[in-house]
Design a protein around this ligand. Structure first.
Ligand SMILES: Nc1ncnc2c1ncn2[C@@H]1O[C@H](COP(=O)(O)OP(=O)(O)OP(=O)(O)O)[C@@H](O)[C@H]1O
Ligand SMILES: Cc1ncc(COP(=O)(O)O)c(N)n1
Length: 264
């Protein structure tokens, strides 16, 4: 069976972070593993508190998994501090996973800063060059590119800026712009607009986590990058269309098991 590792924060509410990632891996038929970088006390409304995990424990979670089980693809989510970013980067340099998908999580839906503001420079310097794909939403793409993004044409310019920081490819998610949520892929050579249809719902907690995990799962199974992204986009669109109206705030995406039977 193929394996995927998420290096991310825990969301006690189960909608984002590690919990969304493992549900996605499972639904797509890959064996999910985790290295937890932070514990957040969170629900559909707010992040109440955050405890970052000690660097040596983060390091050991990653090495334990690589040195015994093996990892076909890595997904990276919330990394709260500069120290955590550097610890994760060192591990990636050592184990050199074939696929690394970086979701540069910065601020939660409710406005809570999940990444220290002054750590963005380290994300750029240490992690972007090690990523096969980086998947910013619009505000994150603005920070990574240094450009304002008001419309789809601006996404093309931001992709060009971000690719210069060294990732294998960029996928800017259009969910935060008005109109249909089209995402823009750029690998330094070609652009592909991955078209979406907007679902009218407030239940979009963890959609970015889910999309990046679905891409990692699909790459782990051997799909090429563009196919992995297109299939992940179908997965997140269904997960949003069928999202759960639980809690008082932004409810979570719904993970459907797409695979039944034996995998070898
Ligand atoms: N209302 C919606 N209907 C359909 N697709 C959507 C909707 N909102 C977002 N998407 C899609 O969901 C995926 C995640 O995009 P989004 O821009 O919400 O990421 P995000 O802000 O990083 O998510 P989060 O921070 O909640 O994890 C993208 O493919 C985006 O186009
Ligand atoms: C642990 C963790 N990781 C990621 C997110 C981002 O998700 P969202 O933007 O939907 O709040 C989150 N809220 N919590």
């Amino acid at each position: 069976m193929k394996t995927a590792l998420t290096i991310a924060g825990s969301d006690s509410g189960g909608g984002a972070g590690i919990q969304a990632d493992l549900k996605t891996f499972s639904a797509l038929g890959v064996f999910g593993m985790s290295a937890i970088t932070a514990i957040t006390a969170q629900n559909t409304v707010e992040v109440r508190s955050v405890q970052n995990i000690d660097l040596d424990i983060i390091h050991d979670q990653i090495s334990a998994v690589f040195e015994d089980i093996g990892v076909n693809a890595v997904k990276i989510g919330m990394l709260g501090t500069s120290g955590i970013i550097k610890t994760v980067a060192k591990s990636l340099e050592k184990y050199k996973p074939e696929h690394t998908i970086l979701d540069p999580v910065m601020v939660s839906k409710g406005g809570h800063h999940l990444l220290e503001r002054n750590a963005v420079a380290d994300l750029n310097e240490f992690l972007l060059p090690l990523s096969s794909l980086v998947t910013p939403n619009i505000p994150e793409a603005e920070i990574l590119s240094g450009l304002k993004i008001h419309s789809e044409p601006d996404m093309y310019l931001a992709c060009r800026e971000i690719i210069d920081k060294g990732p294998g490819a960029v996928l800017i998610k259009g969910g935060h712009l008005d109109g249909d949520p089209n995402d823009l892929f750029y690998d330094g050579k070609q652009f592909h607009l991955i078209k979406g249809e907007r679902v009218e719902t407030k239940n979009v907690h963890g959609t970015g986590c889910t999309l990046s995990s679905a891409i990692a799962a699909n790459l782990a199974k051997g799909e090429n990058m563009l196919t992995a992204i297109e299939n992940a986009k179908d997965y997140i669109t269904t997960a949003i269309a069928e999202s759960l109206d639980i809690g008082q705030g932004h409810g979570p995406a719904h993970h459907f098991h797409q695979f039944y039977g034996h995998v070898h």
